[in-house]
Design a protein around this ligand. Structure first.
Ligand code: KG4
Ligand code: ZN
Length: 346
């Protein structure tokens, strides 16, 4: 029997990406082009600039991914693309390109929920089995979910205001550390004292698994303003470290509640998976290692390059759906909003 080979396209935010992954989880190619430089002057992703950059780069990246994988379009079993949620102009670029490939190569189209791509990555990198607990932390999302099967997600908690990645990005902007903010804050924090500034631990100690990060962001802004224009780089590093500590304390506390709920309801489940761009943070990984050792469950964190947006996670989600025979028609619509758990609002 011919082996499964899926091309995956990602273009929902500021990474244009194409990757070829096989049915048994071999990543034959993984090409990612970040638009960081184009957005840096604005301190955040500008949707129109992102969409145009995806259009300019997508064809070339696909050609590169196919060459790297040393295959032809006729070798593909299916083509998968992010169909949402995300910046709609960008999502359309990848999805329309995938439709064209599906039509011309006469192979199935598989539309992928971007969050599902993040959610299933740990099954590509560590062969994690269902059910597992998922901490999904990115620029647009902070959620705790039980992943029961492909397509079956139950949300335990979400943010009531900002996403944690957004808090990293805004903190970086306030501290003038550059863009993208997450890696910049993590780098600055390495030379800072996390105990220097007392910042709030949002939601810590409260019932349930919801997050909140806007109060922490405001506290950082007030401290930064108090420091004035002559703040030293040591003070900036101390504030970055204090922010990172507070944000991660809050994530860990919420996750601990979720682990308790998960272990109660799913005695067979034995793994906490972390996914999304913020999962690339090594301090978060360290703190979650302590938590999972304490709670006696396994921790699965994909390597940083597969935590931030990439095509391999989309191709792999495509492989998972291909195995279940879940294909889409060429009429599939792109979606700006698309919750993983349809019963959870918004
Ligand atoms: O998953 P992702 O690449 O794109 C979205 O779907 O949002 O996540 C991007 C987010 C950004 O907010 C970025 O600042 C954050 O992930 N991020 C990090 C780190 N690397 C990326 N946050 C903290 N520490 C990092 N090392
Ligand atoms: Zn993402």
């Amino acid at each position: 029997k011919k082996q499964i080979v899926v091309l995956g396209l990602e273009s929902s935010c500021d990474e244009t990406a194409a990757s070829v992954v096989t049915g048994d989880g071999a990543i034959l190619s993984n090409v990612v082009l970040s638009q960081t430089d184009a957005h840096a002057p604005f301190g955040g992703v500008v949707p129109e600039i992102a969409a145009r950059a995806h259009i300019v780069q997508m064809d070339r990246l696909i050609a590169q991914a196919m060459t790297d994988a040393n295959i032809d379009f006729s070798d593909l079993s299916a083509v998968a693309a992010t169909a949402g949620p995300g910046l709609i102009g960008g999502v359309l670029v990848g999805l329309m390109t995938a439709k064209a490939i599906a039509a011309v190569a006469d192979i199935p189209l598989i539309g992928i929920n971007h969050l599902e791509g993040h959610a299933l990555t740990a099954r590509l990198t560590e062969k994690t089995t269902f059910p597992y607990l998922l901490l999904l932390v990115s620029g647009g999302h902070s959620q705790l979910l039980v992943v029961e099967a492909v397509g079956k997600y139950r949300r335990l908690g979400t943010t009531i205001d900002d996403a944690v990645g957004e808090a990293f990005d805004k903190t970086a902007k306030m501290l003038e550390l550059g863009f993208p903010g997450g890696p910049a804050v993590e780098r600055a924090a390495l030379s800072g004292d996390p105990k220097k500034y007392a910042l709030p631990r949002p939601m810590k100690g409260r019932e349930g698994c919801n997050f909140s990060f806007s109060g922490l962001k405001t506290a950082v802004r007030q401290l930064r303003e108090k420091m004035g224009p002559n703040a030293t780089s040591q003070e900036i590093s101390d504030l970055a470290a204090s922010f990172q500590q507070a944000a991660i304390d809050s994530l860990v506390n919420r996750t601990q509640h979720a682990v308790d709920i998960f272990k109660d309801e799913f005695p067979d489940g034995d793994t906490l998976v972390v996914a999304g761009g913020v999962a690339a943070n090594q301090y978060l990984k360290l703190e979650l290692t302590k938590l999972t050792q304490f709670c006696k469950i396994k921790l699965a964190v994909p390597p940083p390059a597969l935590c931030t947006d990439n095509g391999a996670m989309i191709a792999w989600a495509g492989v998972e759906k291909y195995k279940l025979g879940q294909f889409d028609s060429l009429a599939l619509a792109a979606r700006a909003r698309w919750p993983l758990d349809p019963n959870a609002e918004p």
